[in-house]
Design a protein around this ligand. Structure first.
Ligand SMILES: [Zn+2]
Length: 262
């Protein structure tokens, strides 16, 4: 079985000293492709460097996350938009992400809306899929999406509300889930409702998970096979079928062809 991680932050500082180990772990766990999501300009550059270092395995999603906005220098939005535009012919750049809206930062709500809109417009222009963070804002985001001409949308770590999930699926969104698939009743319910053809797997590393069997240990791609097993159990099918379909979904969503031979 081969696996993929559609949403990880490989250029996060926490992985800086151990990226070789993380990539070796990915290989050992049969995780054949990872999309390194970015939070700002620095992590976008970091993700691009990692894609150069691990061609055909590491892909890049570049963008500005709402949690970066509190400290984001004024000029950085423009610089990030320019970087992404300059890289538009780079085959490693497969999405705009992680972008979105977060209800935890209401004090900078207008700034969030402005940056999110700029990122979605860029995705429209470049014909790139988007990876969206929607903590506390899923309904609003799902209602906003049809006003953009987006190629494809991934709602990562979708948790609630279920009403927004049906709307999101109706407009063709993909959903990615990670470690909570193993222990969270709510996430298991989401997985149950998402057709296998719209499902992706993620770690969101270096985010740590404290429930069993993860126990707060460093998050590595080795989480993915466990997530696929949990998905298979929920879908009452075998892990091989889930793994195979998730690979197809990854290729369809990001428009890449993975090397599955080694
Ligand atoms: Zn993330």
């Amino acid at each position: 079985m081969k696996f993929v991680d559609a949403h990880v932050h490989l250029s996060d500082e926490e992985y800086a000293g151990c990226i070789e180990e993380i990539m070796a772990e990915a290989k050992k766990s049969n995780v054949v492709a990872l999309v390194s999501n970015s939070m700002d300009l620095k992590t976008s550059i970091g993700s691009l460097r990692l894609a150069e270092k691990y061609p055909g395995t590491v892909y890049v999603a570049s963008g500005i996350h709402p949690s970066s906005l509190n400290t984001l220098p004024e000029e950085e939005l423009q610089q990030t938009l320019e970087l992404i535009s300059e890289q538009k012919h780079n085959k490693c750049l497969v999405a705009i992400g992680e972008i979105g809206l977060d209800s935890k930062y209401m004090q900078i709500w207008d700034k969030q809306l402005k940056v999110f809109d700029s990122m979605l417009r860029l995705a429209e222009n470049l014909g790139l899929p988007v990876i969206i963070h929607s903590r506390g804002t899923t309904t609003q985001i799902v209602d906003m999406l049809p006003s953009y001409k987006l190629k494809k949308v991934l709602l990562h770590w979708f948790s609630s509300p279920i009403g927004a999930l049906s709307k999101a699926l109706k407009i063709g969104c993909y959903i990615s889930e990670g470690a909570p698939t193993v222990y969270s009743k709510g996430i298991r319910d989401v997985v149950r409702r998402v057709p296998l053809t719209n499902l992706l797997t993620e770690t969101d590393g270096p985010v740590r998970f404290f429930k069993l069997p993860f126990e707060g240990k460093r998050t590595t791609p080795a989480v993915i096979p466990t997530v696929v097993e949990a998905m298979a159990e929920i879908k009452a099918t075998d892990a091989g079928e889930v793994a195979e379909q998730v690979i197809k979904n990854f290729e369809n969503f990001f428009g890449v062809q993975l090397n599955l031979t080694n």
